[in-house]
Write a protein that binds this ligand. Structure first.
Ligand code: AMP
Length: 556
């Protein structure tokens, strides 16, 4: 029997039209350093219309790619909405990648027009000679004549435009096409992989729409929220925030380039931020800052933390010191990205041991995401909270393949295909699932430390070490060991006020962990190396250890 329902394609333009019409007075606030500037969703809709007309006038048609090289600000949001809504494909470039990777990614995606923040125009001008397909550059904000000339210099660049001038005079209404295929690409994002070339994922209108609605539900985003989006719009589809804000009618606070703890605290206080999203490092820095420079965070009910494991010590400190709930979430660029959100079952008393066990887990699978654990012998492991396996996932916003443009080598192609098994995406994350669908990750498959016959979770060790009051950050990697095959090396950043050294920290750790898990190798470092999106970069630590660059103390 056929249904009698209307068949309406799920398009980004539906979210844009809904948010800017029904929630027209909601705001996008962009931090300017001293204070902020603000526009309404109505104005977002109008400028999105103007931008679409302007891009059309530059010749953008069909599914051509429009790149961005921008911080989180109102113009980036407008681009996020306008480009897919007109039928083109948005590609937010990760400004923090190494130049050769940015060049690879922009060329691989075939970006034709790139919109650049004025504060990033100089570094972008250095890349532009290597991006022969880019015909037009649009600069958001004033630049000096020299930078303008540098952008205009490569022969393949037809024109360089100022955002404001380009949009001025364009009609604010745009006839967003309604006949787009909901399965066509709306945007793309590349993984921030630290080895090999980043891999591209092309999201569809449908996947983004369904992800936005589910993410709004899972995170409980509301119309009276003011969402601080610290996660860059170029990282993992911005965790869905631009689109979920439209769906929920929530206002947005955009930090632009002011990502240090002091300005974040200031904008949270001044703009009465209710909810934020970012990687653990950001909130860790904020927490330390608040210890010495208090700020009023009373409007803030929660911070979503993902991208790497949220240390329980961080979660507890925010809860007890600032009454702010850290909501742990897990996902991947390949998953749009949200897969799990840790909302403990409602009957548990906040602060009880059971509550923390759930809150500190990676979270419960959200509706739409199916998961299975696959053990070392390819057997599917049960959801019993104990059996360990690699998590595989499938669902409507999980990619079925990586974006290939035909220029990949055979090896790259095989590597891309190897990430899928019978229609499931292999996440490379290892852990357990509870019978009620909560995921506890014990490690990345490649970071598990294989010591003798036992597996040691580097994440468990890091969390245990970071719970010591004198430790600011700690990263653990497996290093070769003659006797055991591999043993953990703990690299620790001590707090400036630290009174204990690593020997005392190890003694303290011995009271909580079995002896075989205790690292014998310790290094005190100034900072844990981070990837382009702020995660611990274990590859760098392994290299430094192998090259003898770390001052390692042996403690037994
Ligand atoms: P990305 O695509 O950059 O977001 O990276 C995805 C990877 O980050 C995942 O496969 C995990 O290894 C890691 N990750 C993301 N969220 C978490 C989390 N909450 N806990 C532990 N690892 C995480």
């Amino acid at each position: 029997m056929d249904s009698t329902m209307q068949r309406t394609p799920l398009l980004i333009s539906s979210l844009l039209r809904y948010g800017t019409l029904v929630h027209a007075d909601q705001k996008v606030i962009t931090w300017t350093g001293e204070g902020s500037r603000s526009i309404t969703y109505r104005q977002v809709g109008e400028q999105a219309g103007q931008l679409a007309h302007a891009l059309r006038s530059l010749g953008v048609t069909g599914d051509q790619r429009v790149g961005t090289f921008m911080w989180n600000n109102a113009e980036h949001l407008i681009t996020y909405l306008a480009v897919p809504s007109m039928g083109a494909v948005l590609h937010a470039l990760n400004i923090r990648l190494f130049p050769p990777q940015i060049i690879y990614v922009a060329n691989h995606a075939d970006d034709r027009v790139v919109i650049v923040d004025n504060t990033l125009a100089k570094p972008f001008a250095g890349l532009l000679p290597h991006l022969p397909r880019v015909q037009h550059v649009i600069v958001n904000g004033p630049i000096d004549a020299e930078t303008h000339a540098a952008l205009q210099d490569p022969a393949h660049v037809e024109s360089v435009h100022d955002w404001t001038e380009l949009l001025a005079g364009q009609p604010t209404a745009y006839d967003w096409p309604l006949d787009l295929d909901e399965d066509s690409a709306s945007s793309m994002c590349y993984t921030s992989g630290t080895t090999g070339n980043p891999k591209g994922v092309a999201y569809s209108h449908r996947s983004n729409y369904l992800h936005a609605v589910t993410a709004a539900l899972a995170l409980g985003a509301r119309q009276d929220d003011r969402l601080l989006v610290v996660v860059p719009l170029f990282h993992a589809n911005a965790w869905g925030f631009p689109y979920l804000a439209m769906a929920a009618g929530a206002s947005l606070v955009m930090p632009d380039r002011f990502l240090q703890a002091a300005p974040l605290a200031a904008m949270m206080e001044q703009e009465k931020v209710t909810f934020g999203a970012g990687v653990p490092t950001i909130w860790n820095d904020l927490l330390r800052h608040l210890d010495t420079s208090p700020a009023d965070l009373s409007a803030c009910r929660g911070l979503v933390v993902g991208g790497s494991a949220a240390p329980p010590a961080l979660m507890k400190a925010f809860q007890t010191k600032h009454d702010v709930t850290i909501i742990h979430a897990w996902g991947m660029t390949e998953m749009s990205p949200i897969g799990t959100v840790a909302t403990p079952p409602a009957h548990l008393e906040v602060g009880s041991d059971d509550y923390w066990r759930y809150a500190a887990s990676q979270g419960r699978l959200v509706v739409g995401v199916e998961g299975r654990l696959v053990g070392p012998d390819d057997e599917v492991a049960p959801w019993d909270g104990e059996s360990v396996g690699e998590l595989q996932v499938r669902g409507p916003w999980i990619t079925g393949s990586y974006y290939a443009n035909g220029a990949e080598s055979e090896v790259e192609r095989m590597e891309m295909e190897s990430k899928f098994q019978d229609g499931w995406l292999r996440t490379g994350d290892v852990g357990t699932l509870t019978p009620d669908g909560f995921l506890v990750l014990t490690d990345r498959a490649k970071d598990v430390i294989k010591s003798g016959g036992e597996w040691i979770s580097s994440v468990d060790l890091e969390n245990a070490i970071m719970a010591h009051p004198n430790v600011q950050e700690a990263s653990v990697v497996g290093v070769p060991d003659e006797r055991w095959g591999e043993r953990p090396l703990a690299s620790v950043v001590l707090r400036p006020s630290a009174t204990a050294g690593v020997a005392e920290i190890r003694e303290w750790l011995a009271t909580q962990l079995p002896k075989w898990m205790l690292p014998e190798r310790w290094a005190v470092i100034d900072e844990v190396p981070k990837t382009s999106v702020g995660k611990f970069d274990k590859k760098v630590l392994r290299k430094q250890y192998a090259a003898g660059e770390l001052e390692v103390q042996s403690l037994d």
